[in-house]
Ligand binder design. Structure first.
Ligand code: ADP
Ligand code: MG
Length: 324
């Protein structure tokens, strides 16, 4: 397979009429990274991905791959490939012919394109079903075929738009492990759009969090999760409280909240058992909702009930000041 390459987005902008879908975003991705682009519905993720792929014209700015501005090249000339949300397999072609399709378009002869398709079907573990039609496959199998088809052009960057959203929750978790393994084996850059923070954390070396057409924060997954810069990122990534203390807004991880002998006065509003954790929702006198995630053993040493008064405590070093 080909090596990965640097991908850079410079002031990338998309307008549909007057509506701004992507507003001058800047990002740089090292070769061979698994990048997750996440954010709520409508924030501009798919538009960004389609501009990288060349399926959508850029309104402004550029997409730079390996040092070349590819913004105005057709999709097939960019070194990128896209896997669509609904897989978009041709219903009348066999699995093998679906995978070989773009090679046929390029004029590759039958034995050579079948040899390449077979190699990719082997990679996604679909060799045994190569002669079936898409309608004779399960959702997970169709997804593997779509992956093989996207990889047949030997892209340097694979773009995946919500590739797991059509699968049931059990299969989704299995396929996400397969995607991660495949990306490691190929060593190429994957850019995977999702609106799920758990999926992004499970897969992404790097996260890019978008909101309202802009990038709110990007960086290594652990950094984005543990040090959110804005209230939006803290709330969207989950697991954090946003509290107003002395006139400033701070983020505090739910698993960093304890009950002390001194601290911020609050009342417990709900108690939820989650197996290895117990989630206690509290309300402070100022009206902030603060979630405390306690290890089950800690909770059951001194159980609490809704209505109980508690004092919320934490290590000062664990507070993150948020940008206004
Ligand atoms: P996401 O993938 O994050 O849900 P999109 O990139 O699909 O977001 O959409 C961003 C914004 O652009 C949304 O407000 C959406 O309605 C709008 N949009 C997307 N595609 C089109 C289009 N082809 N024509 C007009 N507006 C569009
Ligand atoms: Mg989308």
């Amino acid at each position: 397979m080909t090596d990965g390459c640097d991908l850079e987005l410079i002031n990338l902008t998309k307008k549909y009429g007057d509506a701004l879908a992507v507003d001058q975003i800047n990002a740089r991705f090292d070769a061979g990274k698994y990048v997750c682009l996440l954010g709520p519905s409508g924030c501009g993720k798919s538009s960004t991905l389609r501009m990288i792929a060349g399926h959508e014209a850029v309104t402004g700015g550029s997409v730079v791959l390996d040092g070349f501005d590819v913004s105005h090249l057709p999709p097939a000339k960019r070194g990128t490939a896209m896997m669509f949300q609904n897989y978009a397999l041709f219903p009348h072609l066999t699995v093998r012919d679906n995978v070989a399709f773009s090679l046929r378009m390029k004029g590759e002869n039958k034995s050579s394109r079948h040899a390449i398709a077979n190699e990719l079907l082997e990679l996604v573990d679909m060799t045994a079903l190569a002669d079936r039609l898409p309608s004779q496959l399960s959702g997970g199998q169709q997804q593997r075929v779509a992956l093989a088809r996207a990889l047949v052009t030997k892209p340097k960057v694979l773009l995946l738009d919500e590739p797991l959203s059509a699968l049931d929750p059990f299969l989704r978790i299995r396929m996400r492990a397969e995607l991660k393994k495949l990306q490691r084996e190929l060593g190429i850059t994957f850019i995977h759009v999702t609106h799920g923070q758990d999926e992004a954390l499970a897969l992404g070396d790097e996260l890019v969090v978008m909101n309202n057409a802009v990038i709110e924060q990007s960086g290594p997954a652990r950094e984005v999760w543990s040090a959110p810069k804005t209230e939006f990122v803290a709330r969207f990534m989950g697991g954090h409280n946003v509290i107003t203390l002395g006139g400033t807004k701070v983020a505090l991880r739910a698993d960093d909240v304890t009950f002390g002998k001194t601290g911020l006065a609050a009342t417990i509003t709900s108690v939820e058992y989650q197996g290895n954790h117990v989630a206690l929702t509290t309300r402070t006198e100022a009206g902030d909702e603060v979630l405390a995630l306690l290890a089950d053993t800690t909770f059951f040493d001194t159980p609490k009930n809704p209505g109980d008064a508690v004092l919320l405590a934490w290590d000062e070093g664990r507070l993150h000041r948020l940008q206004a």
